[in-house]
Ligand binder design. Sequence first.
Ligand SMILES: C[S@@+](CC[C@H](N)C(=O)[O-])C[C@H]1O[C@@H](n2cnc3c(N)ncnc32)[C@H](O)[C@@H]1O
Length: 279
Amino acid sequence: MSTTAAQPAVDHEYVLGTNEAELERLGLQHRLWGAQAYALWERAGFRPGCTVLDIGCGPGFATFDLAALVGSAGRVIAVDSSKRFLDHVRAQCAARGVGNVELLAADVGRLELPARSLDGAYARWVLCFVPDPAAVLRAVAHALRPGAALAVQDYFDYASLTLAPRSPVFARIVDAVNRSWRAHGGDPDVVGRLPQLFAECGLELRELRPHLRVARPHEPLWQWPATFFRNFVPAMVREGFLTAQDQADFESDWAERARDPNSFFVAPPVYDVLAVKPR
Ligand SMILES: C[S@@+](CC[C@H](N)C(=O)[O-])C[C@H]1O[C@@H](n2cnc3c(N)ncnc32)[C@H](O)[C@@H]1O
């Protein structure tokens, strides 16, 4: 493992924060979405010996699985702007004896990567948080070898996230999430812009495939929204996107739904997106 500080990391932290609770939430999220990630990596052609860029790697939950996939003959370059998350990845590399992960502290909107240096790249739930996804894609397109793929997992139609039966207070919370991410420069519908952005940087769109998932209160996937709202609703109150009364209404409604076996949660559509650099 090595660390490169190519440019100073951005001085703002991403909208969901990088505290212990967010680190744990990202771990749970990876366990709930790991199968979908593996399947996409396989279709992207990631395999032993490849050099793969993990864009916005966070605490590295996907990074370590990618490192195992590419093996000792391959390499994962894990880039993030959060020093705290990169410190976690570094400590985990040491604890697990992982030697094929290279850390890069950088703003993914300002990457400078050598031309034709990557056999693949992966971006999960990061393009929806960056103000200029086109800049990320330009740098990645430049760095991919001809024939190599960029695999993305991210949102479109985030506002379709809902509870059944419908809940007016839940709809207010979803609207606040949307406004808060946009105020921080993100776009919870970013996948809708990707085909055009790929065309502009010379990448060919090969696949656009949505996952529509639902969860009942007793199912593991229910913990995905539960942890997200537990962490993020108080932050949205602090930032003025919700009132304390909204929070109280939401918490009581959510607790009631969690006890109701006839209730279910409809996740926002996560899209698998594959784009290839032409040969
Ligand atoms: C939701 S987390 C996803 C982490 C990881 N990709 C995963 O799927 O587990 C978003 C990550 O993007 C990083 N991030 C957001 N904006 C960034 C930027 N402009 N430059 C670098 N990293 C950024 C955050 O620090 C955070 O680690």
